[in-house]
Design a protein around this ligand. Structure first.
Ligand SMILES: *Cc1c(COP(=O)(O)O)cnc(C)c1O
Length: 357
């Protein structure tokens, strides 16, 4: 069998969830498991967390349905609410919570009589300017939903654009807008994604929404003390499947992107962009071979990539390779490839997912 696999450690997932909770003991936390739990497998992750988690958050009803069909009974929040009014009946049936973030959803709600009223998270655009109601319109919308027979409860919600960049001052501005606009309305508050949970205690409020931190990747580009206590959940592993020795000045792989500068021992790894490893990872991207660091050399191909084994004489055919996980955080690989760990995880494809607990 091809040795490429993603080993998912569910106890690390629980550790990271508990870390989020311990940073904000007064708050509850919805584990964000949208996009197939950032590539980690939504159902196994939800099952592993269900005993502890206060609830879950997903992007759409399709994702929520998968969880309910698997027997997950904790609250599930739809982070973008519904896309078509037709979904409302099933939302009630599946007992889902909804975000309301635009006027079309308000119009839909005004035109239906639901069998049961909804738990609504009303989203404020406090400065990210993606979704949510403006500070000017928000209080009146809140008050009209308070009177709606289709609404059981209301939660104040917003989302930060730059919580991972504390020095910018932008999060303070968003927080000020949030408080100025919503404090008089009462009701629980939810503001924090992972960087908010880790770096913005003043913003914790009543409900956290940790995502990437649950999977053990830091959202920061700097060493953040609490983020250093996260445990990587995914080990992206494979093995060396071929070794060859070439002279200095020889091109390696497609497009001859890398040309050897010395006599070089090359290891071929069963891992490629069809597995989700980023094709745009440059020469020099770190890779662990037999637990030791070396570098990607040459362009990543669909099923294979090549690494420099010259300084690892003990490595050879069959030596274990780790592309990210313990010893090499996905965020570090992502930084080399000009992207973020979120995207590396979400792009996982083809590789078998194995679970350990
Ligand atoms: C995805 C998402 C989160 C989780 O964000 P992370 O940065 O992964 O922690 C939180 N809130 C909303 C609204 C989201 O869409």
């Amino acid at each position: 069998m091809r040795p490429a696999h993603a080993l998912i450690d569910l106890s690390a997932l629980r550790h990271n969830y508990q870390l989020a909770r311990s940073l904000a003991p007064a708050a509850r936390a919805l584990a964000v498991i949208k996009a197939n739990a950032y590539g980690h497998g939504a159902v196994p992750c939800a099952r592993a967390l269900e005993a502890q988690a206060d609830g879950f958050a997903v992007a759409c009803i399709e994702e929520a349905l998968e969880l309910r069909e698997a027997g997950i009974s904790k609250p599930i929040l739809l982070l973008e609410g519904w896309f078509e009014a037709l979904e409302l009946e099933l939302i009630v049936e599946l007992d889902l919570w909804v975000v309301i973030h635009h006027h079309g959803q308000l119009a839909d709600l005004a035109q239906v009589q639901l069998a049961r009223p909804l738990n609504v998270w009303l989203k404020l655009d406090s400065g990210m300017h993606r979704v949510g109601f403006t500070p000017e319109e928000y209080p009146a919308i809140w008050r009209s939903l308070e009177r709606s027979a289709n609404v059981a409860s209301l939660t104040r919600m917003t989302h930060f654009a730059r919580a991972d960049e504390p020095e910018t001052g932008r999060t303070e501005e968003q927080l000020a807008v949030f408080h100025r606009t919503t404090d008089a309305l009462g009701g629980p508050a939810s503001l924090c994604n992972s960087p908010g949970v880790l770096a913005w205690p003043a913003a914790h409020g009543d409900w956290l929404r940790p995502g990437i931190m649950l999977y053990g990747a830091t959202p920061f580009e700097f060493a953040q003390p609490d983020a250093q206590n996260l445990q990587p959940v995914m080990q992206l592993n494979s093995r060396i499947i071929a070794v060859r020795q070439v002279e200095a000045g020889e091109p390696i792989g497609y497009g001859s992107r890398f040309v050897t500068r010395r006599a070089t021992r090359i290891g071929v790894v069963a891992m490629g962009y069809a597995d989700g490893y980023p094709r745009h990872a440059p020469d020099g991207t770190p890779v662990l071979v037999g637990g030791q660091r070396t570098e990607l050399i040459g362009r990543v191909s669909m099923d294979m990539l090549t690494v420099d084994l010259t300084d690892l004489p003990q490595a050879g055919l069959g030596t274990p390779v780790r592309l990210w996980g313990n010893g090499l955080n996905a965020s570090e690989v992502a930084a080399h490839a000009g992207t973020i760990a979120y995207q590396l995880f979400c792009n996982l494809n083809r590789v078998r997912r194995l679970y350990t607990d």
